[in-house]
Design a protein. Structure first.
Ligand code: ATP
Length: 304
């Protein structure tokens, strides 16, 4: 495979405040690459720089060998782009917007557009101002996909979609990948990236802290297990068990909070041996994973 997107030392300052700092990465043709990060990390800035809407303060990015800033019009022809908020003339209908954008791009197959509308359960007959956030997002997705671009750049694509539409959208992603096309999508939802992407880049405070296979993210996934007991509990019951990273006793002394990585068998057995009343697990949010693994004063711990 050859790299379709290449970023090298890509940096963007807004005045004196940082947008992104020194990003270097490559996206291969045909892969679905997830760009993960908490709010304000720099995902939209990266995407807008790739799209040639922002001029890098330093470094450069290319798409198919074209410079994203100096050759932006040629880059845009290769890309289907979903901005973080898709906005359009509020008086136009969805159909008018799609026709207008279709003419701008050329080569759009109307029956494919109709198919996309049906798949996402989108009614193109209403005016833009009448569309809910989710419907605006669908319209944004349809216009990004409709010319079967070589590269899709999607900023938080599933935000506002209901779970059924999300699943359909994931199928659409797999289909475009099977046609050899490439997808770069940003998200702050870890399960979404796990489900759809082959590789992931994690951005935090404007810096790329990890680029890895999605399968390796699973090693980062840690869950919190809360176990309550009929009487006083002891952290020692669980310390040292396989996968148990930390144990905390809550104030009333009858509940333990465990950070566990991987399988839970050993924890469940120990809980049963001490007559646990209940056991529940909580998946951490991406932000929590960041806080645990990428504390500001800790060195970056790849693939832990
Ligand atoms: N137009 C702007 N002017 C000044 N600072 C900006 C501007 N746009 C973004 N920033 C700053 O750049 C940093 C990165 O923002 P960016 O929008 O790229 O993050 P993000 O990862 O897309 O976040 P979110 O998930 O909230 O959209 C933030 O600190 C933000 O405040």
């Amino acid at each position: 495979m050859t790299a379709l997107i290449q970023a090298s030392g890509l940096t963007k300052y807004y005045g004196r405040s940082r947008g992104i700092l020194d990003l270097t990465f490559e996206i291969e043709e045909g892969e679905i690459f997830g760009f993960l990060g908490p709010n304000g990390a720099g995902k939209t800035t990266t995407i807008r720089t790739l799209m040639g809407f922002l001029r890098p303060s330093a470094g450069r990015a290319t798409i198919a060998g074209l410079d994203c800033w100096s050759q932006a019009p040629a880059v845009k022809r290769l890309v289907g782009y979903l901005p973080s908020e898709f906005a359009f003339d509020p008086g136009l209908t969805g159909a008018q917007i799609l026709t207008y954008l279709g003419h701008l791009r050329g080569g759009v197959d109307r029956s494919y557009v109709q198919q996309l509308c049906e798949r996402l359960d989108f009614d193109p007959g209403k005016r833009f101002r009448e569309y809910s956030r989710g419907n605006r997002q669908k319209l944004g997705l349809i216009q990004a996909f409709m010319h079967r671009p070589r590269l899709l750049i999607l900023d938080e694509p599933s935000s506002g979609l209901d779970p059924l539409n999300q699943q359909e959208f994931y199928r659409m992603l797999r289909e475009v990948q099977s046609e050899g096309h490439t997808v770069f999508l940003s998200s702050h939802i870890l399960p979404e990236v796990e489900q759809t992407c082959s590789r992931v880049g994690i951005i935090r405070d404007g810096r790329l802290v990890e680029v890895n296979e999605v399968s390796r993210l699973k090693h980062m996934r840690q869950q919190t297990v809360v176990i309550s007991f009929p009487g006083p509990a002891s952290p020692e019951w669980f310390q040292g068990l396989p996968g148990v990273a930390a144990v905390r006793l809550n104030r009333d002394g009858r509940e333990l909070h465990l950070d566990v990585q991987g399988e839970l068998q050993a924890v469940i057995k120990a809980a049963a041996a001490h007559d646990a009343l209940s056991l529940s697990t909580q998946e951490p949010s991406l932000e929590e994973i960041f806080l645990r693994f990428y504390q500001v004063d800790q060195p970056v711990a790849a693939g832990r």
